[in-house]
Design a protein around this ligand. Structure first.
Ligand code: DC
Length: 210
């Protein structure tokens, strides 16, 4: 069983994916973390994430230990991830890892949940369940602001909103594997929907395929 969850940044994909994986006993892969790890490794080497050669090289020898690095979650790393993700060779280098995870989930788990931008369209076009989770940019910026404040970080709503929109623009308008719902994806707009309601609708889809 493969569950593909796509959508823009801060729409609630990760929360939904983790909960589905936990409740159904499936493995979970946050594919954004792979792109973040590539972005972070370019930043740490003093390179420019928009430089295709630097990004490609970092993706070819990706250190998976970076997936647990605390700096993976910063806004700067998210921005760098969105830039390296526009480089086709980076996407190609990360594809086999994601497909292998989906087809052979670790620990012999009976299924996998992958979240990202192109899971239902490119990575796993044959996924059993495809969900596209979205919310308005303002609501996503509001959630990011609260999240950062919750961690005791300074957060400027207007700056975060600008960032969310810039990232959407890059993710949706790149030539290779742009963010868009698969034709057979169920759309879940979480702007005015509580996470429990989102989870119930998603879980119904999964149960129907079990
Ligand atoms: O979901 P996230 O914010 O961690 O993702 C970081 C960036 O990685 C995002 O802006 C676009 C890119 N990404 C991608 O292009 N394809 C994916 N499957 C996942 C993430």
């Amino acid at each position: 069983m493969i569950i593909a969850i796509d959508g823009p940044a801060a729409a609630g994909k990760g929360t939904l994916a983790r909960r589905l994986a936990h409740d159904f006993g499936f493995a979970y892969l946050d594919t954004g973390a792979l792109y973040r790890a590539v972005g972070l490794s370019v930043l740490r080497a003093g390179g420019d994430p928009a430089d295709a050669a630097a990004a490609t090289e970092a993706s070819a020898r990706l250190d998976l230990a970076l997936m647990d690095d605390p700096e993976l979650r910063t806004e700067a790393t998210g921005g760098a991830a969105s830039k390296v993700a526009a480089v086709p060779a980076v996407r190609a280098n990360l594809l086999a890892f994601q497909r292998n995870f989906a087809k052979n989930p670790p620990d012999g788990k009976p299924g996998a949940v992958l979240d990202g931008r192109d899971i239902g369209t490119v990575v796993c076009p044959d996924a059993d369940v495809k969900l596209f989770v979205t919310a308005s940019p303002e609501e996503r910026a509001r959630r990011r602001t609260l999240e950062m404040e919750g961690r005791g970080e300074a957060a400027d709503f207007e700056a975060i909103l600008k960032d969310v929109k810039a990232r959407d623009d890059r993710d949706m308008n790149r030539a290779d594997a742009p963010l868009r719902p698969a034709e057979d994806a169920l759309l879940l707009d979480t702007t005015n929907l509580a996470i429990d309601a989102v989870f119930l609708r998603a879980a119904e889809q999964v149960k129907a395929r079990l």
